[in-house]
Design a protein around this ligand. Structure first.
Ligand code: C5P
Length: 238
């Protein structure tokens, strides 16, 4: 049977350390992996990472690096030194991604630790086909996500971030072992907010997602702990 706690990543999207700490304390028995994103990282200058280490939690550093290859690989090295378990870059030119993969491996070997899993963002789950047209791309979100996933695989990074709507196509194109991290998860009848390509936890798992990233359905719930427990159960019963 699937262990739901190994699949669920909770996004601590708040700009205050105390709020993040409260959430981590509330969820510590039901959640093993926490995501520190831009809002939290910039506001607390990484303090939450230290707190999560103290608590023995796995850290997903979601800063979605997108820059020239030299800057990207150096930032990846710094993230390795912060001992994160999973991290994001954007799927962009193949050389930049290759350099990131190489830098993570080298830095982790130097420190004698496990290399973080590096995943590339394919197409943000808040984007629709029309949004892509607006920025000059005539592919659909699914076509672009699959194309970028193949490029990420060719570059040697470990996986991608995509909507659970396109995950089965990416399993077909890149194989089951290629890591698929899926945000835009909404249990039935929960508010969608700014997300446009949403899927329920059970469907995401059935479609082949490796990890589910859930923010507001847990963090804004009246009882966040119960919301997390319910999602873990839904994953296990998928
Ligand atoms: O609150 P919600 O469940 O929509 O949060 C989803 C989280 O996943 C956010 O922290 C967002 O930054 C992140 N994310 C996303 N789409 C991507 C990559 C990351 O929504 N493609």
């Amino acid at each position: 049977m699937i262990n739901g706690k190994e699949k669920l990543i909770v996004a601590i999207d708040t700009d205050e350390f105390d709020k993040a700490k409260n959430l981590i304390d509330t969820l510590e028995d039901s959640v093993d992996i926490f995501k520190v994103g831009l809002e939290q990282y910039v506001a607390t200058r990484g303090k939450t990472i230290d707190y999560l280490h103290e608590k023995g939690k796995k850290i997903f550093l979601d800063l979605k690096f997108h820059d020239i290859p030299n800057t990207m690989q150096s930032a990846v090295r710094a993230a390795v030194r912060d001992r994160v378990w999973l991290m994001t870059i954007h799927v962009s030119d193949i050389n930049g991604m290759k350099e990131c993969a190489k830098a993570a491996k080298e830095e982790a070997e130097k420190l004698g630790i496990d290399k973080p899993i590096i995943v590339g963002v394919t197409v943000l789950t808040s984007l629709s086909n029309d949004d892509l047209k607006d920025i000059g791309c005539d592919l659909t979100t699914e076509e672009l996500a699959v194309k970028r996933a193949k490029l990420a695989k060719e570059a040697g990074i470990d996986g991608i971030v995509c909507s659970a709507m396109e995950v089965s196509k990416i399993v077909d194109a890149c194989g089951e072992d290629f890591v698929k991290v899926c945000p835009g998860i909404r249990p039935l009848n929960k508010e969608v907010g700014d997300q446009k390509r949403v899927v329920t936890p059970a469907d995401a798992i059935r479609n082949g997602a490796s990890y589910l990233v859930v923010g507001r359905p847990i963090t804004k719930a009246t009882n966040p702990k119960q919301a997390a427990i319910d999602i873990v159960k839904e994953i296990e019963n998928a």
